[in-house]
Design a protein around this ligand. Structure first.
Ligand code: FAD
Length: 495
């Protein structure tokens, strides 16, 4: 067997990365095992990025508890890690009188959960908050917010790695064997030993739990598709707009949400699927997203759509039942040193730091021997400021100190060569084109990489002397280049 760790976390989505960060404040040996070649590439980057206020969780549930605790902790963690977030509020809109009881129910649940300042307002007042919104009444939720989900997940994981947690990326767990002093975790890159394990494998957490626990509940994937609108559209949007709740919906309905970068998201759809690897978007669904969103905001600039993506909800409720069930933290008497986190769907992003805190509390109460690290041994790794957003005098100072700050590589998002180099130099060792994209936003703009991709390739060639076959989109199984069009130095990129 390979190395033996005190605790192994399976899955590096927002939940696994938050747990890793929380663990990195303790002395011990910790591993995170992730099947993809970067962190947060599952549901954790494919969601609405909303910091939920707590109106959508039934009072008394773990979802409600962790949402309320998580939203406060999340803001503290974002401050510590320099991760972009904002409290922009939310309007839940009733488009007809018969939808108003749905708003009243959300308000009652929210108040029971301790959400402050909730008000049902008229359609006219809603329009003063978000010009152009069309409704007969709305629930105003001023404490709802937004966060960059990929910045949060990557920042937490990089901070954990910088503080001693070992990440095994590209290692899919394929079996778990219990032993006298813990577990042997079989992975596609070899076995890893651990005394305790935490299963936060998202959509696959049921299957991973099944290696130890045949009674583990099944997880049903439910896809949510989104459209992304250009930053130009974001200028007209100051708050999120959600529809009044529909009965037994598997999601919260198609909403319109600003992002921390100034784009607008439309979505998500909600459709149970059988394939847990589903990630594509369909024209039928994205057309429907535009139609549904336009009912709430008729002025929606449809022509500014620049992209689409889909995320999978990990639902414990079946297609027949729909709706939401509570989070399950499963520990069996046979294997008390394994904690399985099941059904961590919305508001899992919001709840992540609270879930991490509770998992660590559980581990502290167990026989794992965690000891708090002295503060002097902790070095918080902060998410870098975006050059594009710095004050002019600071930009000038940086360019004078290092001309790489003045070399704009991505024109749409204003990303510099210095930012690309910083992204490559990450403590997780991620050097894929997708890794650079999520760390810098290069190629996330209107031209989708048409301008910056060749320049990023040049930088990687200069830094590492790579040949075309070395460039990976997401990992070794997705080569960025498949061959030469010309004999010279012109290469052909995968779309
Ligand atoms: C459409 C949609 C919208 C949402 N909107 C919001 C929102 O606005 N606000 C909010 O608070 N929450 C939202 N959520 C919920 C939130 O995104 C999730 O609760 C959260 O991302 C779950 O994180 P996770 O780490 O459990 O799962 P994931 O991010 O899926 O991470 C699980 C990880 O485990 C890895 N893994 C799986 N199997 C294995 C294996 N065998 N070996 C090793 N690794 C493995 C995966 O590769 C993955 O990286 C939304 C979710 C969806 C789908």
């Amino acid at each position: 067997m390979g190395e033996i760790f005190d605790i192994a976390v399976i899955g590096a989505g927002v939940i696994g990365s938050a747990i890793a960060r929380a663990l990195s404040r303790y002395a011990g040996s910790f591993a995170v095992i992730e099947r993809t070649h970067d962190v947060g590439m599952g549901a954790s980057v494919r969601n609405s990025g909303v910091i939920h206020a707590g109106i959508n969780c039934i009072p008394g549930t773990l979802r409600a508890e962790y949402c309320m605790e998580g939203r406060a902790l999340l803001q503290d963690w974002c401050e510590e890690l320099n991760v972009p977030y904002g409290i922009c509020g939310k309007l839940v809109v009733a488009r007809a009188e018969e939808e108003i009881p749905g708003l009243e129910r959300l308000m009652r649940d929210g108040e029971a959960n301790g959400v402050p300042d909730l008000r049902i307002i008229s359609g006219e007042e809603a329009e003063t908050i978000q010009p152009g919104v069309t409704c007969v009444a709305a629930l105003h939720v001023p404490t709802s917010g937004i966060v960059s989900p990929y910045a949060l997940t990557i920042a937490m994981a990089e901070d954990a790695a910088a503080n001693g947690v070992r990440f095994f990326l590209g290692s899919a767990v394929s079996g778990i064997a219990p032993g006298a002093d813990g577990f042997t975790i079989e992975t596609t890159t070899g076995p890893i030993g651990a005394r305790f394990l935490v299963n936060s494998a998202g959509i696959h957490a049921g299957r991973v739990a099944g290696f130890l626990d045949p009674e583990a509940p099944e997880i049903h994937p439910c896809v949510g598709e989104y459209l992304i609108l250009d930053r130009q559209a974001g200028e007209a949007m100051s708050t999120s707009i959600y529809p009044a709740p529909a009965a037994a919906n598997a999601g919260l309905g198609v909403h319109i949400t600003p992002t921390t970068e100034g784009n607008i998201l439309l979505g998500p759809s909600s459709e149970y699927v059988s394939d847990p690897e589903t990630s594509c978007c369909t024209k039928v669904t994205t057309d429907r997203l535009l139609d549904e969103a336009s009912v709430m905001w008729p002025g929606l600039p449809r022509h500014l759509v620049i992209g689409a993506y889909a995320g999978l909800r990990s639902k414990l409720t079946s297609p027949e039942t729909g709706g939401f069930s509570d989070y399950v933290f499963r520990r069996t008497p046979e294997h008390p040193n394994a904690i399985h986190l099941l059904g961590i769907e919305s508001p899992g992003l919001t709840a992540a730091p609270a879930i991490a805190r509770h998992v660590v509390d559980d581990l502290l109460a167990s026989d794992v021997g965690l000891r708090t690290k002295p503060a002097g041994e902790i070095r918080t790794r902060r998410w870098p400021d975006r050059f594009d957003e710095l004050p002019e005098d600071e930009k000038k100072r940086l360019v004078a100190a290092d001309p790489d700050h003045g070399d704009i590589v991505c024109r749409c998002e204003g990303v510099t060569r210095a930012e690309i180099l910083h992204a490559i130099d990450n403590p997780l060792g991620v050097r894929t084109l997708s890794g650079i994209k999520f760390r810098t936003r290069a190629s996330m703009g209107r031209c989708s990489g048409g301008y910056c991709l060749p320049r990023i390739v040049e930088i990687l060639q200069e830094e590492f002397g790579w040949s075309p076959g070395d460039f990976q989109l997401r990992g070794p199984d997705s080569p960025a280049f498949v061959g030469r069009l010309l004999e010279e130095d012109h290469v052909c990129a995968h779309s």
